[in-house]
Design a protein around this ligand. Structure first.
Ligand SMILES: O=C[C@H](O)[C@H](O)COP(=O)(O)O
Ligand SMILES: C=C(OP(=O)(O)O)C(=O)O
Length: 364
């Protein structure tokens, strides 16, 4: 029989799909890289601890700190070891969660993170990316640090979410129904970022939407298509990251955001992101934002329950360039504070939390 090849332009399906490569299942990855019972208990404890700070049943400050993105797991683990020491030292005042971000939402195009492209070269070996990501998450948990991730792709949570203590829905996807539904079923507290144009009400809507049950198509842990019936996520909260050409970390913006939350019948609590549009993407501004937040805390502001810092071993950023070796411990996405500055900022935040505690009326 002669072979008939249909020209691509005459195909009714997959005209624009170049290649389809099998993807490992979540269950297989969990089997290869299991979360053992002691780590599972640690993740549950991490999530409860975060929720307690968000609910102000614990007067510490949640600090989500770490690289903008992980591109080199060894450097990220090196960073985690330093952060672990600081987390122990400051544990009375700060609840430190390491940013271990593998999925980067891009404004247009760019490297989309270690899960999507672990080779940093566009080869898109997602199976290796998922394996590297899960292995690093387990390594960071073994050090005793809670981890925080942005959830961008609606399929990847089944592969890694069991390790995550705090999650974010980013500025570019906070208006997306898909992401709000996803957040409604995620097991950890989820921060909703304000939109890149500065809209806070969109993030407030997202908290409300994710707070109630939804039904949507997804995959289960075996990788089988499934209809997910969620319970709603009561631990949604607002993350102020600036936008529309202006920051929103200052006392007036924080008060305005708390008003919006109150008007929507939501808990009055915000996390301030010291990076992104609040720093104008200049890492040297992050300590200034953190100092302003510290002053608000010291003045008794209880609506600020957390802060996010983008920080890595070295200050600044570098472009991905296949013709030269990358500098160790330096971000390949947004510019980060270096370790020494980060340690100073953490000390100042801890001091501000102690000052805020001192403004509490003494129990009779
Ligand atoms: O956090 C990282 C970046 O701000 C985000 O991924 C967008 O980056 P881009 O505007 O460079 O694409
Ligand atoms: C992409 C991020 O932030 P945003 O969604 O605020 O731009 C991030 O925190 O990595």
């Amino acid at each position: 029989m002669p072979t008939v090849t249909t020209p691509e332009t005459d195909r009714v399906s997959d005209q624009r799909i170049d290649r389809v490569v099998p993807l490992t299942t979540p269950a297989l990855l969990h089997h290869e890289l299991p979360l053992d019972d002691s780590l599972a208990s640690a993740v549950l404890a991490d999530r409860r601890a975060v929720a307690k700070v968000l609910d102000r049943a614990d007067d510490r400050l949640l600090v989500v700190v770490g690289p903008c993105s992980v591109h080199d797991p060894a450097a990220a683990l090196d960073y985690a070891r330093r952060l672990r020491e600081a987390a122990d030292r400051l544990a009375d005042d700060l609840l430190i969660v390491m940013r271990v971000y593998f999925e980067k939402p891009r404004s247009t195009v760019g490297w989309k993170g270690l899960i999507n492209d672990p080779g940093l070269d566009g080869s898109g070996d997602v199976n290796t990316g998922l394996r590297l990501a899960r292995a690093l998450l387990l390594d960071v948990l073994r050090l005793g640090l809670p981890v925080g991730c942005e959830f961008l792709d609606p399929i990847t949570p089944q592969y890694i979410a069991d390790t995550v203590g705090w999650g974010a829905i980013g500025a570019r996807t906070v208006e997306s129904q898909v992401h709000r539904q996803l957040a409604s079923g995620l097991s950890m507290p989820i921060g909703m970022k304000n939109r890149p144009d500065g809209s806070i009400s969109t993030a407030v809507d997202a908290i409300r939407a994710a707070g109630v049950p939804h039904v949507f198509p997804g995959i289960d842990v075996s990788g089988t298509p499934a209809i997910m019936h969620t319970r709603g996520n009561a631990d949604g909260h607002l993350v102020l990251r600036g936008g529309g050409g202006r920051p929103n970390y200052d006392a007036e913006s924080v008060a305005g955001a708390l008003d919006l939350l109150r008007a929507a019948g939501l808990p009055e609590r915000v996390v301030v992101d010291a990076s992104h549009a609040n720093s104008g993407k200049d890492h040297r501004n992050q300590p200034l934002v953190a100092a302003d937040v510290a002053a608000q805390l010291a003045a008794g502001q209880r609506g600020i329950v957390g802060i996010m810092l983008e920080s890595f071993l070295q200050p600044g950023r570098q472009d991905l360039d296949p013709t030269r070796e990358l500098e160790y411990g330096l971000s390949v996405t947004d510019a980060c504070m270096g370790w020494d500055t980060t340690a100073d900022v953490l000390d100042q935040l801890a001091k501000a939390v102690r000052a805020r505690r001192a403004t509490l009326p003494t129990p009779a």
